[in-house]
Design a protein around this ligand. Sequence first.
Ligand SMILES: [Zn+2]
Length: 283
Amino acid sequence: MNVVISVDMEGVCGVASWVQVSPPEFGGLVNAGEYERARIQMTREANAAALGAFEAGAEGVLIADSHETMRNLLPDYLDERVRFISGNDRPLSMVQGVQESGVAALLMVGYHARAGTQGAPLAHTWNGNVRDVRINGVQAGEPYLNALLAGHYGVPTVFVSGDDIAVRQVQDDLGADVVGVAVKEGLSMFSAVHLHPAEACRQIQAGARAAVQQAATARPFTVIFPASVQLSFDHQARADQAGRVPGVTRVDAVTVGYSSPDAYHLFQTFRMLCQVAQVRLDS
Ligand SMILES: [Zn+2]
């Protein structure tokens, strides 16, 4: 049995600010020291999940670095049995690897709540331009979209760690049998009460072990297809662009809609529209 671990950064223990998760190459509001510290904890949490998976009998563990540039993990700190994926612009983005044969489960580490969630640290969906995503009328964040894409390949999502609100959203959306580990309690968009980083890793390792032990009975996540998708942006100029893509309709000033026959089409269309909508607002 093989597993894929998708690792984001906003939901990692100790993180509560964009400053901590912004690689210095972006410029602007960055602090290299804080970023370097946060990527170490991100790596430790990914490794904790890998150790739990191995303890549960996984033979292959593939870790997908899935934040920003997707070059955050420090592989020297990872267990030597893992393989890892780094670098952006991947065919399946944050869940690259689930398409490989023999993958029995997806684990999500360091995940965060969807855009617009009150009290959830660094809540967002994909990039800062997306205000809301609805699939068949249900609000979807990154875990939902990624679980759906993994489900397209028959891979169930069995574990999530992050802030308490992100964990609750995943369990509400995917089912209570997804094992969740909250490494912090959200107080606001930019504050949280955290576990000790070492305790967070212990809980992630134990949770991942339990989740992978149950993977054989977990079901891949799916929705009713064809699915109706509505994507709302933070500015009408973005919807102007996205709404001109063939097959996409304009719903209201900031919202576009489309229909998808399967999760692969849904996910890739979502990505493309987010890309198209990245227009300059100061021109
Ligand atoms: Zn991220």
